[in-house]
Design a protein. Structure first.
Ligand code: GCO
Length: 424
């Protein structure tokens, strides 16, 4: 089998502002983390202090041998109040982008990676019909100031996350609605109380903030799709050459006997329904971590005997190949914008990356148009509700001293990138 990647292949690692920068105090998540009764294991705090240490981190990424860096610009910093643009924060991101270019690292910029300004939640968040235009205005402000430095834009990270979370029953019993005739459980009561407190803090209502990522209602999904399309147009109007795409969380859907029909429904909900909104995009951002076995009733539990990651899902690096093959049918260039594993055992990460990349090579051999691979994540960082316990990084971070330590997987990916081939 060929083991070479195409010339110009983007080799990188990804981060997201809230998970690494630290002190993202004007965002909705900061409120969720700090409101009593929080479901977050711990607050994000200083995170990896990447807001201050970005130069070292980008230099380190470059020295490893990687040639691309996917990171996000934080809306809550750029537009701290509606319509008020912070020039100082744009200047910060200018420095981040310039540092990338100094080291010959291609930046892939995400405009929204889960966190939103507090004020957006007050105005109805991702269910408000005003949000697409507000998001597009922010995108335009970013591109006007920084556009010449930004070759790739991911508008919204995992626009389908609301659907995915609902499917995985991540928030089961936490929707504040007990079925008729049933007692509201203690857990649900506590969750509702926390949501009410968050809503007070955000001058909003529990209905508006309860789906603090995106919700899975048709109306909310329509808002997310419109936000993507309007932002893409805003970006293109300022900088037509910028390559624009959305990113989607895609587990490989594997129908089990009798599960074909359900699998087709899930494929539509998680993926196909977003295709019309992506028609004008330049690329598709593929994000994959595991597979999803589907039976007639829905997603099945992990297969017995399978190795699990720290996220409690199956260690299944081959899922990336399956997802790329599905997405390839849309006929657009693909960039793997996230693929990774949460583990304390870095040798499992080494194995994961190798096997995932073998899958990418098989896709390339079949002529599929994969342009790059961004490992999630550069650094061990804030894994949302789970806090700092899951370790996704190529690089470990001491959160007291902020010292960085390369793991063997970092050297492996750097070596593969430098040689642009998978070596045994
Ligand atoms: C996501 C996000 C990342 C996560 C990563 C690991 O895919 O949920 O883009 O922010 O940290 O996926 O779970």
């Amino acid at each position: 089998m060929m083991n070479e990647f195409p010339e110009g292949f983007l080799w990188g690692a990804a981060t997201a502002a809230h998970q690494v920068e630290g002190n993202n105090i004007n965002s909705d998540f900061w409120v969720f983390e700090h409101t009593p009764g929080t479901i977050f294991a711990e607050p994000s705090g200083d995170a990896c202090d990447h807001y201050r240490l970005f130069r070292k981190d980008i230099q380190m990424l470059h020295e490893l041998g990687l040639n691309a860096y996917r990171f996000s610009i934080e809306w809550a910093r750029v537009e701290p109040e509606p319509g008020f643009i912070s020039r100082a924060s744009l200047y910060h991101y200018r420095e981040v982008l310039e540092t990338c270019h100094e080291y010959g690292v291609t930046p892939l910029v995400t405009l929204h990676h889960f966190t939103s300004p507090r004020w957006l939640m007050k105005m109805g968040g991702w269910e408000s019909p005003e949000t697409p235009a507000r998001f597009a205005a922010y995108a335009e402000a970013v591109m006007r100031e920084l556009g010449t430095l930004i070759p790739y834009v991911c508008t919204i990270n995992e626009a389908n996350i609301g659907v995915l979370l609902q499917l995985m029953r991540f928030n089961s019993g936490q929707d504040g609605q007990a079925p008729v005739g049933m007692e509201v459980s203690e857990r649900q009561k506590a969750y509702n109380a926390w949501m009410e407190a968050c809503a007070r803090e955000l001058n909003s209502t529990p209905e508006r903030v309860k789906n603090f990522l995106f919700s899975a209602t048709d109306a909310a999904i329509a808002v997310v799709k419109q936000a993507h399309e309007q932002a893409r147009e805003a970006v293109k109007a300022v900088r037509p050459e910028a390559q624009v795409g959305i990113t989607l969380a895609l587990s490989e859907i594997q129908p089990q006997p009798g599960g074909e029909e359900m699998a087709a429904r899930l494929r539509y909900a998680l993926y196909e329904q977003f295709l019309p909104a992506m028609a004008g995009d330049d690329f598709i951002g593929v994000q994959n971590y595991t597979r999803m076995r589907v039976g007639p009733q829905g997603v099945l539990p992990n297969e017995e005997g399978m190795e699990l990651t720290q996220m409690n899902y199956e260690f299944y690096p081959e899922a990336l190949e399956g997802v790329i093959r599905m997405v390839a049918q849309a006929g657009k260039p693909m960039i793997v914008t996230e693929n990774g594993i949460g583990t304390e055992d870095d040798s499992r990460r080494v194995e994961f990356i190798r096997r995932a990349l073998k899958g990418v090579l098989r896709c390339l051999a079949d002529g599929l148009d994969v342009r790059g691979y961004m490992y999630w994540s550069l650094l061990d960082n804030f894994e949302w509700m789970l806090g700092y316990r899951p370790k996704f990084g190529l690089v470990a971070v001491d959160r007291i001293t902020q010292e960085r330590t390369l793991k063997p997987s970092a050297r492996l990916l750097g070596q593969i990138a430098r040689q642009n081939r998978l070596v045994d």
